[in-house]
Design a protein around this ligand. Sequence first.
Ligand code: URA
Length: 297
Amino acid sequence: MAQLLRHLAGTGVTHLPKVDVPKPSRVLGKPRPSLVVAETVAVSESVLPVTEAGVATSRTPSRLRAVTPVAEMKSPSSVLGSDNSAKVMQAGPFPETKAVTETIYTDLESRRDALSKLAKCVAGCQRCPELASRRTQTVFGVGNPTADIMFIGEAPGAEEDANGEPFVGPAGQLLNKIVEASQLKRENLYICNILRCRPPGNRNPLPEEAANCREFLDAQIHVVQPKYIVCWGTVAAQNLLNETQAVGKLRGKLFDYRGIKVMCTYHPSYLLRNPAAKKQVWEDMKFFMKHLGVELQ
Ligand code: URA
């Protein structure tokens, strides 16, 4: 980071956006989080925490984590690490996502059209060189463009990379069972992930990758405008809500994200490795469905 700051200063960049230190997402009923870019600050090592927060990692303290996504920072177009991994900073959002998020959607057709424009933009995205060079295809999202419920997972796995659809592999099969047992229908949901490209070996998404992909996620949320979101697993929960706690600590309550009620529970892949946790997921689904007026036995 110090090197980046020196580089920026050397190229004549003297100020970076300063970000109000936000509170973590609130459990429903309490104040909503604010993400406010308030003023500019001089580029110097003394403002390291501000810029460090701009590339927040899971190890970054929560008070610094809700920040301007890397994708929105005014900065050099590419800052590759020595391992050539995805440390890419974008000059700004894609024009497609900007246009989509500046439009209000009221009907099915316009939502479908907006999602298809976003999907095309995603298909050409090269922000994360490692992921873009290895993917078979991008995995944008699937489902009802007017869904009341959105599911957010972590990232595509091998089957999803091969098919172009989220949750079609073993975790997806288990997810389908949970959906059915909860009296939901997969075709009525909208399903997507934090990342739209498969990380090699199914490793966890890097913070830069999640930041690069965030504008697509937010654009999808904006278009679909679900009433509820279910975050499947720690990666989805932490990234969406800007939380640092593991999903085990976030389950059992509803959060608020931009007016949408959010429930967090364990990822189906975790359940495949730890079947005992299915009991908790079932409790979570009962809790969730109760909010929708459905009593599960
Ligand atoms: N795991 C996820 O989080 N998402 C998928 O799409 C598949 C597996």
